[in-house]
Design a protein around this ligand. Structure first.
Ligand SMILES: Nc1ncnc2c1ncn2[C@@H]1O[C@H](COP(=O)(O)OP(=O)(O)O)[C@@H](O)[C@H]1O
Ligand SMILES: [Mg+2]
Length: 244
């Protein structure tokens, strides 16, 4: 067995809960949800880490306006503190260029990143998971045994179809799903509950389409006042109230 796998468990020993944000399609708000959920929790006074595992397009650093927060080497890599949270991203290793990593290389990079990062004691580690439901996601899920999943969808039938497949997959793999979040909701649309019928998974809430969100990207003070982040905050509060 790869000795790094045991190290990962040890590295995560001080992390109370792992919140993994996932969803089938690109462009549905996974990174936005992960980044603002982490920011919300940090502003609530919790000890929070944010880990960006999107090998194709890491973007949580852009959302939170994190520029020079490189991890420091000290018996492993210690994440820098930025915007009140401990931040680690694959972007530190690929320097904003498209990642040339493929297949087994992604797997190795994932193991390496998880095995060297020293998170210390955290209430929450929020993870922007690899997009899609293929090998990188499955690898990450295997390595992060105790993660709890938030599945993002949008009102589009194109997204909800992949979410149904995802929920089936999560059930088969026995991965705990906290619930589904509907992003980019528009007021006149019917709720998604019917699409989730047959799955024992709650619809945790909806985030409205927010015209002001794009302009707030990179500026945490503006983000904190968006309808987007307030909706995320309500969902996060509901999750923590349920399980704390
Ligand atoms: N609720 C929303 N209202 C307005 N724009 C949104 C909303 N959610 C996401 N976006 C925009 O959609 C795009 C994709 O979001 P992102 O978080 O990068 O998705 P993903 O990580 O799933 O690819 C971004 O340009 C983001 O600004
Ligand atoms: Mg993303």
């Amino acid at each position: 067995m790869d000795p790094r796998l045991q190290i990962i468990d040890r590295r995560m020993a001080g992390v109370r809960r792992i919140l993994a944000v996932t969803g089938g399609k690109g462009g549905i708000g996974k990174s936005s949800l992960a980044a603002t959920a982490a920011l919300w929790l940090a502003r609530r006074g919790e000890r929070v880490g944010l880990l960006d595992l999107d090998f194709c397009g890491p973007s949580t650093h852009v959302i939170l306006g994190i520029r020079d927060a490189r991890p420091v080497e000290d018996g492993g890599l210690v994440p820098a503190i930025a915007q009140g949270l401990r931040f680690m991203s694959i972007v530190h290793f690929i320097d904003d260029r498209p990642a040339p990593l493929r297949g087994q290389e992604i797997s190795n990079a994932l193991i390496e990143l998880l095995a060297i990062t020293r998170w210390g004691d955290l209430d929450w580690l929020v993870i922007d998971m690899p997009p899609g439901f293929s090998d990188p996601l499955l690898d990450a899920a295997r390595l992060l045994g105790r993660a709890e999943y938030l599945v993002v969808t949008t009102p589009s039938v194109l997204t909800t179809e992949t979410v149904r497949k995802a929920l089936q997959l999560f059930r088969e793999l026995r991965l705990p799903v906290l619930g589904v979040v509907e992003n980019m909701h528009r007021g006149d649309e019917p709720p998604l509950a019917a699409q989730l019928a047959g799955f024992d998974v709650p619809l945790l809430g909806a985030i409205p389409f927010d015209d002001a969100y794009e302009a707030a990207l990179g500026d945490v003070e503006r983000l904190a006042h968006t309808t987007f982040m307030r909706a995320v905050g309500r969902i996060v509060d509901a999750i923590t109230a349920r399980r704390d």
